[in-house]
Design a protein around this ligand. Sequence first.
Ligand code: ADP
Length: 743
Amino acid sequence: MKKETFIFVIILLYFGYGNVWGADHSKRILALYSYDATFHIYQESIKALKEVFPEPTYEIDVDFLDSKRFPNGELNQNLLERIKIRQKNNGRYDLIISGNDNALTFCIDNQNELFPEVPVIFWGVNDLEKAFAQDQNPYISGIAENISADKLLTVIQTLHPNKHDMVILADDTKTCIADLKIYREALSEFKELNAEIVHINDMTTNQFCSYLRKIPPEKIILLLAAYRTKDQFLNIQEIQNIIIQNTGNIVYNANEFGVGAGYIGGTVKNYFEMMYSACLWGKQVLNGTDIQHLKVIKEPDLKIQLDYAQLTKRHVNLSLIPHEAILTNTPQGKVEIKKVNLYFGLAIVFFCLIILMFFVFYINTKRQFEKALRVNAENYLGIFRENLSIMLIINPEDGKIIDANEAATNFYGYNTNEFKQLYLKDIDILPQHDLNVILHRFESGESYIQVKHRLKNKQIRDVELYAGRIRFGSTTYLYAIIHDISNRIKANNELLEAKRKAEESDRLKSAFLANMSHEIRTPMNSILGFSSLLEDSNFGSDTSKKYLRYIQKNGEHLLKLINDIIDLSKIEANQLNISLKDCNLNMVLDEILVIAQNQLNLAGKTTKIRIVLTKGLTNNKFTIITDEIRLKQIFINLLNNAIKFTDVGEIEFGYKFRADSILQFFVKDTGIGIPEDKRKIIFTAFGQVEEYATRNHGGTGLGLSITRSLVEKMGGHIWVVSDLGVGSRFYFTHPTKDNKLNL
Ligand code: ADP
C-alpha cells in the first residue's frame, strides 16, 4: 500500500470506522451503482461492501443505473419505482452508498422523494465541483475521485521527452466529461504537449477504427474513455481490442488500466479501497455520527502502472521510469514480483541508510576522538614546552637530542633548531663510552644521575638528571628533566670546607692549649724556682745576678705570651686599632737592632749568629706615617723567630723601596727553613710546622698570625720564601700611596 493511501485509510479509520462491530442489525442499506454488474468496478467494490457490512447483520440491496448503456437516464424512472416499492414493502433505507457520478446525480435529484433525511455516502465521483458542493447538503457526503491528470501527463512527458503530440480519446459519459475538464486544466500547465481531443461518440465504431488507423505513429494516444461510439456501447475488452488492432501507437489509459493488453500504462484505481472507505463512513453515520461532520474529501493520488515489456518494445529509456511507478510484465514477473523487488529494494535502501548512519556516526566519533587527541597532544606539548624544568627528548640509540623545551634553550643557550642538531655528548662532559653506559642504564629503568653539563658559552654546570622512557608511535625515546644544582654543589663544597676548617681550628686549638700550658708552666717554674733559690740560699753576687737574669727572662717570656694572647683576642674581636703618626724609620730600625742583639744574647747565640740591619735610605731624618709600636712588634716577632730557628749564620733585616714605590721590609735568616706545604698555615693562628709532640722549639704558633694581621691592618701584605735547611726570607710591604713618605 502506498504511503498516501495508507495515511488516507488511517484518516478514514479515525473519522469513519467508529463502532463497526457494535452495529445495529436492523439497518437497511442500498448500494447504488452508476453502471451495471458486468462492469469491473462492481466486482472489487462489492467485496468491500460485504466486508464492512456483513450479512445478516445488515440488509443490503444493490441496484444499478446502467448509465453506460443508457447515458440519457432511460432506466432511471424504472429504478425510482423499484426503490419505492422496496422501501414500501421492506422499510426505508438507513443508508445509501452511491458509486460514481450518475448514481450521485440520481440521489440528489430524487433525494426528497426517495431518501428524505437518509444519509448518502458517495464514492468514485469525478465531477469534483458537484462532489464538493455536497458539503452544503445536510444528508450527502463522500469521497471524490482523484484522476491524477498531472501525474499521468508528467509520466508521459518524462518517458517520451521527444514526443509532443497527443490524441486524447473521450466520450460523452458524465465521468468522462468531468475527467476531460480536469485534463484540460492540467494540459494548460504542460505547454510542450500538443493535445487533440477526439470525441468518439461523434463517430460510428467503424469511423473510430479508421480514425485510429490514420493517427500518425509518433502521436501518443491517451484513452480517457471510449465506452460509447455513435452506434454502439463498448465494454473495456472491446475498446482494448479496437485500439490495439487499429493502431500501433503508444497508448496510455487515464481511467482503467489496460496494462498487459497492449497499452503502455496508465493510472491504477483501487475500487476496493474507494468503496471500503465509503462504507466505513457509512457505518460511522449508522452508529450515530452526524453526516454533516464528515466533509467531502478527495482520494489520494493514483498510482501509475507501466508495462515493462511495452516500455522495452518502444525503446523507452528505462532510466527515465519514475521510481514510484509500478512495473508489470517485468522479466521476473508481474506486479507481485515487482512488489517483492520493491520490498527488497526498500530493505537494501534501509540497510544502506543504516550503513550510512553508522558511517556518519563513525566519522563523527572518529573526528571527535581525533579532536580530543589533538587537544590532548597540544596540552601535553604545552606542558613540555612551557615547563619551568629543563626538559629534553633524547634518542637512546645514539643520544641524539630530538627536542628541547624553552627552559632548556634558556639554560644551555642553544635555540631549538641548534638543539636538534646536537647529541648528548655535545652537552655532557663525559666521554662517549660513559654516556653509552648511562643511556643503557636509563633504558633499563634507572632514572637518576648527577653529571656535569657544558653550556653553549663553555661554562660547566653541575646538573642532576631524571630520565624515563616515553613512546611516540612505535619509537621509544628518553625524556630527561634536568636541574641545575651548581649552586647547591658550591654551597655544599663551601660547607665541607668550613667544616674542615672548623675541625682544623679545633685541632689547632687543642694543640695550642697543650702548647700553652707548657709555654706558661716553663717560665713560671723557672721564675718560682730561681726566686726560692735566691730566698733560701746565700749565693755570691754573680750567681744571684745570673738567677735574677733567668727570672727576668722568663718574666719577659710570660709577658710576651700574655701580650700575644691579648693581641689575638683583639684581632678576633676586630678591635685591634692602628695609630698612625710620623715616624723616623731608620731610628726605629736602629732600636730594633738593639732589641734583636739583646734577644740574640739572651738566646746565647751571639757567637754563632751575626745580625745585620740594611736600610733602604741612608738619610736618617726621613719619616713615614705608620704605627711605630706595631711596626716594631712585627719586626721583633720576625726577628725572634729568625733567632729561634737559626743556629748559625746571619740574620739580616731592613727595608727597600720597590720600583712601584712600595716600601718593602724583610727579615732573612740562615735557619732551618720552612717546608712548602706549611708556608701558608704558619700565618694562621696556632699554625706551626711541627706539632706539639714532635716540636724541638718553643712557641705558641700565635706570633706570625698576629704579625700577618698587623701587616694587613696597616695596608700591607706578608709572605715567606724559604729553602729547607738553607734559611727563610720573610717579606712584608707597607704602602706609601696614602701614607705619604716624608723625606
Ligand atoms: P711560634 O714561633 O711561637 O711557634 P709563630 O707564629 O711565630 O709561632 O711561628 C709559627 C711557626 O712557624 C713556628 O713554630 C715555626 O715552625 C715556623 N717559623 C716561623 N719563623 C720561622 C723561621 N724564621 N725559620 C723556620 N721556621 C719558622
